[in-house]
Design a protein around this ligand. Structure first.
Ligand SMILES: Nc1ncnc2c1ncn2[C@@H]1O[C@H](COP(=O)(O)OP(=O)(O)OP(=O)(O)O)[C@@H](O)[C@H]1O
Length: 805
C-alpha cells in the first residue's frame, strides 16, 4: 500500500475520531443530566402529585395528575435511553471507527462517494454527510457482495446501479491503522486470514468486517417465510444467524424488538457461548432457549421427560441390551411425520369415543365419576372440536362443584370436623364475624341506637343466632377448604386423563390401527408399546414421546401459541424432528423461521435433512415460501483439517477449505491406556507452550468423558475441566467433553480420546467422529490403542501424519 494513501487514511481517521470525541463530550452531560433528572423525578414522584380524594372531582384530578406525571417520567426515560444508546454507539466506534471503504460512482450522478463502513452510523454536524455508514445500510451491502467493478444495491425506493472504483479493508486499533488492504476479490482473503488465524475464545466473535457474499445473502434475506441454511461444519451458520438478528433489529427497528426474536440453541452452554455477539454489535440479545426448556415448562411437574442428552447417551451406550432395537425403532417412528398424521387421526377418533377422564373425589368418595364426565362430554354437539367440548365440560364441572359444595356443608363428616377444629380455626371465624361488624361501623352505630330505642338487646356471642351463624361459617370454611383446590384443578384441566389418553395408544396393535388409521407400523411394535407404557407408569416420558405427548395434550386443551414472536431461529436444525418442526410452526404462527444446520453432523436419531428434495422442512411452509441456501466453504479449520474431515462424509468432497494452512492431523497409535493418558498430557503441555489455550479432549459419550477425565487426572491432568450436560458456561482452557455437548463450539486444538473401531465403528458413529474432528481450528490429534476407526482408516494416508510412541 502506498504510503501516501496510508497517510491520507490515517489523517481522515484522526479527523473522524476527533469529531466522534467531540460528539461524545457534548453528549456526556446530556446523558448524565437526563439520567439524574429521571432518577430525581422517580424519587420525588409522590411529592409532585397532590393526592386528594375528598370529593369525586378531587379524586379524578389526582388520577390525571398521576397519569401526567408518569407520562413525563416515561418520556424522560425514553429520551435518556435513546441518548445513552447513541452515546454508547459513539464510544464503541471510537477505538475502531470503521473496517471498510468503498468508492462508488452511481450511474448518472456526479460526485463519486466514499463510503466508510463500521458497526454503526455516524453523521456529521450538517446532519447529511455520513462519516460512517452502519454495515447494515443498503449501500453497505455492496461491500460484501461485490469486487471493484459494476455494482448495485437495493433501497426501499428501488435499485441503484453504478461502479465500485475501490474497495479497501482496514484493521484499526486504538485509533491507529494497523493494516490496510485494497481488495480485488469479494472481501480480500488477507483480512479473513488474519482473523481466522487467531485463537479460539470462550465467546463467539462478530464477523461484520469479513462477512462473505454467501453469508450476506442469509443475513439480509427478508423475503422468505422459511429460510433454510444447510452448511458444512465451520461454514459460519451460527455467525450468519447472529449477524442476521442484528440486521433484522436494524432493518425493522420501528416494529421489532429483541424479545420478539427467539433462538433455539442446542444446550445452555452454547447459549452462553454466543451471548456476547449481539451486545458487541450494540444490540440487545434475542431470547434464547432450548427445545427442552419449552417441553419442561409446558409439561409442568406432572411427568419427567428424559432430556435429549440422556436419550443419545442411551442410543450410544446400550447396544446389545434387551429392548434396544425396539427403542431405536420407536424413536424413528415417534419422530416421524407419519406419527404426527396418526395422532391427528387419533384426535378425530377421540372426538367420537375413547376420551378418558379422572373422577373428582373428596376424602375417598367420588363426587363426579369419570363415566359421568364421559357421558356428558359425548352428549355435546359432535361437530365441535375436542377443545371446545372440553371447555364445556369444564364449565359443567365448575357448576356441579358449586352445587355439591352447598350440599356438602350439611354432610355428617363436616359435623365431625367441627368437633375437631382447633382453637386457631375458631378464632379465625370469630374474627371474621367481628371484622364484618367493624367494617360496617355505621351499621354498628345503627344497631346500638336501635337497641336503645326498641329496648331489646341485639344478638351477640351468647345468642343462639350468633352461634348458628358461627357454625354456618365454620361449615362453609371447612367445605371451602376442600373444594377450592378441586376447582383450581378443574380450571387446569386435570380432570382429563392425559397420561391415560396417550398411554392407550400403545395398548395393542389392532387398537392402535383402529384409533389412528395407521397402516405401516414398526416391526417391533409390541415391544415399543411395552416400553412406552412402562415408562409412563413411572411418570416418565422418553425424549421422543415428549413432543407427541404435548401435541395430544394440546389437541384437547387447545393449541398454545405465541403471537408476539416475529422471528424464530433454530440452530443445529438437523437435530430436530419433523414432528418438532410442526410443533414450532404451530407454537409461533406469526413468525418467520430460519433453520441452520448440517446433515453431516446429524448425530441424534430424530434428525431431519435440511436440503433433501423430500425434506419435511420444505413442506412446512411450502416451496414458494421457502428459500434454501447452501454453504460449502469451511472457515473454522485449517485446510489440512478440512481435507481430512470432509472425506469422512459421503459427498463430503464438495466442502471447500478456506486457504489457511497448518499441520496435518496427527494419528497417535499407542500400546495401552496408561500410555495414552501420558501422551495426551504431553501433547496438551506442548500445545500450551505453542500458545494454544483452548483445548478439548473429545469423547463419544458422557460415560467415556468421566472415565477419561479420571484417568487423565491421575496422569497430571488436575487442571482439566469435565464438561457435563449441567455445565452452564463455556470457559477457556483444557477440558474433557462428550461430542454431543461440543456441538456448535470450537477449540484451538481437539484431541480425539479414542478413535478406535470400538468407539467409532458403526455407521451412525461416522457423523459423531466428523462432528468431533470439525471442532478443531488449528490442531487435530486422534489416539488409538489398537486399530483405527474405519472412517479414519479409509482416508488417504497423505491427509494425516502417523506418530507413535
Ligand atoms: N465471514 C467470516 N469472517 C470471519 N470469521 C468467520 C466467518 N465465517 C465464519 N467465521 C468463523 O468460522 C468459525 C465457524 O463459524 P460458525 O461457528 O458460525 O460455523 P457453523 O457453520 O455454525 O459451524 P458448526 O456447524 O460446525 O457448528 C467461527 O470461528 C467464525 O467466527
Amino acid at each position: 500500500m502506498k504510503s501516501k494513501d496510508w497517510q491520507e487514511e490515517q489523517g481522515r481517521l484522526e479527523r473522524v475520531r476527533n469529531k466522534l470525541q467531540a460528539r461524545i463530550t457534548e453528549l456526556e452531560p446530556e446523558v448524565t443530566g437526563l439520567r439524574d433528572q429521571a432518577t430525581d423525578m422517580r424519587k420525588r414522584f409522590w411529592e409532585d402529585v397532590t393526592i386528594n380524594t375528598s370529593t369525586d372531582e378531587d379524586f379524578e384530578e389526582t388520577f390525571h395528575n398521576i397519569n401526567q406525571q408518569s407520562a413525563v417520567l416515561a418520556e424522560r426515560e425514553r429520551g435518556h435511553k435513546l441518548l445513552t444508546q447513541q452515546w454508547k454507539n459513539l464510544k464503541r466506534l471510537l477505538p475502531s471507527p470503521y473496517f471498510g471503504r468503498i468508492d462508488f460512482q452511481e450511474n448518472g450522478s456526479d460526485p463519486m462517494e466514499q463510503i466508510y463502513i463500521g458497526v454503526s452510523s455516524f453523521v456529521d454536524r450538517d446532519g447529511l454527510s455520513f462519516l460512517i455508514y452502519d454495515w447494515r445500510t443498503p449501500i453497505a451491502s455492496m461491500y460484501y457482495d461485490y469486487s471493484p467493478g459494476r455494482a448495485s444495491y437495493v433501497t426501499p425506493a428501488g435499485g441503484i446501479e453504478g461502479t465500485m472504483e475501490l474497495k479497501r479493508q482496514f484493521q484499526i486499533q486504538n485509533g491507529q491503522i494497523r493494516n490496510m488492504f485494497d481488495a480485488s476479490e469479494t472481501i480480500g482473503d488477507e483480512l479473513l486470514q488474519q482473523v481466522l488465524g487467531t485463537g479460539a475464545d470462550s465467546q463467539m466473535k462478530t464477523i461484520v468486517a469479513t462477512i462473505q457474499k454467501e453469508q450476506n445473502a442469509i443475513i439480509r434475506n427478508d423475503k422468505s417465510r422459511m429460510l433454510i441454511v444447510q452448511g458444512a461444519a465451520g461454514s459460519g451458520k451460527t455467525s450468519a444467524a447472529l449477524q442476521r438478528v442484528a440486521y433484522l433489529l436494524y432493518r425493522h427497528r420501528q416494529t421489532i424488538k429483541a424479545d420478539q426474536i427467539v433462538l433455539f440453541s442446542p444446550n445452555p452452554m452454547f447459549t452462553s457461548y454466543i451471548s456476547t455477539v449481539l451486545p458487541e454489535l450494540g444490540e440487545e440479545n434475542m431470547q434464547q432457549t432450548t427445545f427442552q426448556e419449552y417441553i419442561d415448562y409446558w409439561l409442568g411437574s406432572s411427568l419427567r421427560p428424559e432430556d435429549p442428552f440422556d436419550g443419545i447417551e442411551y442410543v450410544l451406550t446400550a447396544q446389545g441390551t434387551p429392548g434396544y432395537e425396539a427403542r431405536l425403532q420407536g424413536i424413528q417412528y415417534k419422530t416421524s411425520e407419519a406419527f404426527l398424521q396418526a395422532l391427528q387421526n387419533y384426535g378425530t377418533w377421540l372426538g367420537r369415543e375413547g376420551m378418558r377422564f379422572k373422577g373428582i373425589r373428596i376424602r375417598d368418595r367420588i363426587l363426579i365419576t369419570a363415566k359421568q364426565m364421559r357421558e356428558k362430554f359425548y352428549s355435546y354437539d359432535r361437530s365441535l372440536p375436542l377443545f371446545n367440548r372440553v371447555v364445556l365440560l369444564q364449565e359443567w364441572l365448575l357448576n356441579e362443584l358449586a352445587a355439591l359444595e352447598r350440599m356438602e356443608r350439611e354432610a355428617p363428616w363436616v359435623q365431625e370436623e367441627l368437633n375437631y377444629l382447633d382453637s386457631d380455626q375458631y378464632a379465625e371465624v370469630f374474627g371474621t364475624l367481628h371484622r364484618d361488624r367493624e367494617v360496617f361501623d355505621l351499621a354498628e352505630h345503627y344497631a346500638a341506637v336501635r337497641e336503645k330505642v326498641i329496648k331489646k338487646r341485639r344478638e351477640d356471642e351468647g345468642d343462639f343466632d350468633f352461634a348458628q351463624k358461627e357454625e354456618d361459617l365454620l361449615r362453609r370454611t371447612i367445605v371451602k377448604d376442600i373444594f377450592k383446590p378441586l376447582r383450581k384443578r378443574v380450571r387446569k384441566f386435570s380432570f382429563v386423563d392425559f397420561k391415560g389418553i396417550y398411554g392407550q395408544l400403545f395398548d395393542d396393535e389392532a387398537a392402535y390401527r383402529e384409533k389412528t388409521n395407521e397402516a405401516v407400523l414398526p416391526s417391533l411394535w409390541p415391544e415399543i408399546c411395552r416400553q412406552t407404557k412402562e415408562t409412563l407408569t413411572r411418570n416418565e416420558l422418553f425424549h421422543e414421546d415428549a413432543t407427541p405427548y404435548l401435541y395430544v395434550k394440546e389437541l384437547i386443551e387447545g393449541v398454545r401459541t405465541n403471537t408476539e414472536i416475529q422471528y424464530v431461529f433454530v440452530d443445529e436444525g438437523q437435530d430436530y424432528s419433523a414432528f418438532q418442526y410442526e410443533y414450532l410452526k404451530k407454537l409461533f404462527p406469526r413468525a418467520r423461521m430460519t433453520v441452520l444446520g448440517d446433515f453431516g453432523q446429524a448425530i441424534f436419531m430424530q434428525s431431519t435433512s435440511l436440503d433433501a428434495p423430500d425434506s419435511p422442512l420444505v413442506r412446512l411452509y411450502g416451496e414458494a415460501e421457502t428459500r434454501l441456501i447452501r454453504l460449502v466453504r469451511s472457515y473454522r479449520s485449517t485446510r489440512e483439517i478440512v481435507e481430512f474431515t470432509r472425506l469422512m462424509l459421503p459427498g463430503g468432497e464438495e466442502i471447500a477449505p478456506f486457504e489457511r494452512g497448518g499441520q496435518k492431523p496427527q494419528l497417535v497409535g499407542l500400546d495401552g491406556g496408561e500410555e495414552r493418558d501420558a501422551q495426551i498430557m504431553a501433547n496438551i503441555a506442548a500445545l500450551r507452550a505453542e500458545g494454544f489455550h483452548s483445548i478439548a479432549v473429545i469423547t463419544k459419550t458422557a460415560a467415556e468423558s468421566r472415565e477419561a477425565y479420571e484417568s487423565l487426572r491421575a496422569h497430571g491432568g488436575e487442571a482439566l475441566q469435565l464438561i457435563t450436560k449441567e455445565t452452564q458456561n463455556f470457559e477457556k482452557g483444557a477440558m474433557v467433553i462428550p461430542v454431543y455437548l461440543a456441538k456448535g463450539v470450537e477449540f484451538d486444538a481437539v484431541l480425539i480420546y479414542d478413535a478406535s473401531p470400538a468407539a467409532y465403528g458403526r455407521d451412525n458413529e461416522r457423523k459423531l467422529l466428523y462432528t468431533a474432528c470439525t471442532r478443531a481450528m488449528h490442531r487435530l490429534y486422534l489416539y488409538s490403542t489398537g486399530d483405527w476407526s474405519p472412517f479414519v482408516g479409509a482416508l488417504p494416508p497423505n491427509l494425516y501424519e502417523k506418530a507413535s510412541n
